[in-house]
Design a protein. Structure first.
Length: 278
């Protein structure tokens, strides 16, 4: 089986071109191929395939084998692969995901390959029941939460997948290895949650560290950065346009008032390709 390793701001996935290949058990494959010691290594597995609804279809499996609805960094890399390898020349390009069809504007370099992309992440979901969060109120904005021995205040947003955003004075001091699993598996989240710890640098800039549902600590999370953009406006901490600085690089976000959509721009990088034994 042929594969390609790619990353968007350090959020790395193993990609399989399913236009002419089949993956019988992607959940099992994700667990072994994502292993950073015995496999290729990555935050998960992404399958690229034909779609009846869009230019290309996308399925995402976390490193633990669970299927995710959407990945902002992953979808940028997917459209780069599809464009660079001649599967589609559409620009903008549409991608069918479990969170709906997404539209991506490709930024093409002088050599004819995609260097970065701007993703229409769609409208944020703010209703607690739809995120979902088991809290009897309409929105979860600056609500106290106890995660093990740690007490936080969180704002929750879904970008097709659930996110809890927690503002702290210094993200470097957050014991992410300890508190991340506590948040991910908290009883308030029936589908688990992605947890983001955010330090406000200014109204237009934040620093983020992330614990991703099913993958653990990652260098970046596109849907998470989008959720942080929305949470900052809801909690009156940041503006509608921000630069998010993550361990893997920078993402640029805008929660546009005109259409209520979140837009994310960031790089996409192909690392290497190889053969995985069937």
């Amino acid at each position: 089986m042929r594969f390609t390793k790619m990353h968007g701001t350090g959020n790395d996935y193993v990609y399989v071109d399913c236009f002419d290949q089949e993956v019988a058990d992607p959940s099992a494959l994700a667990r072994v191929i994502s292993d950073r010691h015995f496999g290729v290594g990555g935050d998960g597995l992404i399958l690229m395939m034909p779609s009846d609804e869009a230019d290309v279809g996308m399925r995402i499996f976390n490193a633990d084998g669970s299927e995710a609805q959407m990945c902002g960094n992953g979808v940028r890399c997917l459209v780069k692969y599809v464009f660079d390898h001649g599967r589609s020349s559409a620009n903008p390009m549409t991608v069918e995901t479990l969170a709906g069809v997404k539209t991506i504007d490709l930024i093409v370099a002088d050599d004819g390959t995609v260097s970065s992309a701007a993703v229409d992440m769609g409208k944020p979901i703010l209703e607690a029941a739809r995120i979902p969060v088991s809290i009897p109120q309409q929105r979860v904005v600056e609500v106290p939460v106890q995660a093990g021995k740690y007490a936080f205040v969180m704002t929750c947003v879904s970008m097709g997948n659930p996110h809890a955003v927690i503002y702290v004075d210094n993200v470097d001091r957050v014991p992410l290895e300890e508190v991340g699993p506590e948040m991910e598996n908290h009883a308030l989240f029936p589908e688990r949650v992605n947890a983001h710890f955010v330090q406000v640098v200014s109204a237009e800039e934040v620093r983020i560290r992330t614990w991703e549902r099913g993958s653990g600590i990652t260098l970046a999370c596109g849907t998470g950065a989008s959720a942080v953009c929305v949470a900052g406006v809801l909690s009156k901490k940041t503006a509608r346009e921000i630069t998010a600085r993550l361990p893997g690089g920078e993402l640029f976000l805008e929660w546009r008032e005109a259409d209520n959509h979140v837009y994310m721009t960031g790089p996409a990088t192909e690392v290497f390709s190889g053969e995985w034994p069937d």
